[in-house]
Design a protein around this ligand. Sequence first.
Ligand code: UDP
Length: 244
Amino acid sequence: MMTERVNILGVQVDAVTMSQAVERVINLIGMGKPSMVATANAEMLLNATHDAELKKILNAASLVVPDGAGTVWAARHLGKQMPERVAGFDLVQELMKIAPAHDFKFFLFGAAPGIADKAKLKAETLYPGIKIVGTRNGYFKAEDELDIIAQIKSSRPDILLAALGVPKQEKWLFKHKDELKIPVSIGVGGTFDVMAGVVKRAPLWMQKARLEWLFRAMLQPSRAGRLLALPKFVWKVHQQKNGA
Ligand code: UDP
């Protein structure tokens, strides 16, 4: 299955549907080599314009899905095909849904103490038969890293989900991927918080109206400053289109 990659502010984003993204992950697990999947929203793509390491990591990823209305808009504005939004949270749910049939095992790494365990319980209720082989919170000191790596390796997951925030999760996964030898690693931001019920997802009508970002800002006013990323992103995509 060949799909296009679209250059958005210097990052190659895969023009995939949700089902194509899931298919890719299944193939990556089959290949067995350590690989990374990234979920690129407007804020991440904007960050990559001034974070060369993040940009390099994203361009080295095996799959970069268009997470969010901003990314889909950008691709289309640049005259490219972008079938639909593939939100990181939704991708995780789809992978968890098909996991029992493929015997795929997950490790949940990140978020505040107790949250990954709650997300695990939620997944076990929603997706009967799912195997979540370990959890670890995302607040650690440099000297804990060897321990964390040993814990993840010894539980032998097929998919490592890391929720440490952007770009910490991408950098951590990239740095340790060869040592970890996990077939697929994905940075998943606030996914465990939402699964644990600590943070709410926007109602469907708001998601459909492409207003999920507004809902998040309303719920967590501390994030409101991050909204500035959106107009900046739009401006930079315009510049890219006009060849500036
Ligand atoms: N987090 C963590 N360790 C840290 C910083 C953040 O585990 O050192 C977690 C945080 O508790 C939250 C997630 O990372 O669960 C980041 O969520 P957010 O929605 O802010 O993700 P972003 O929008 O940055 O991807």
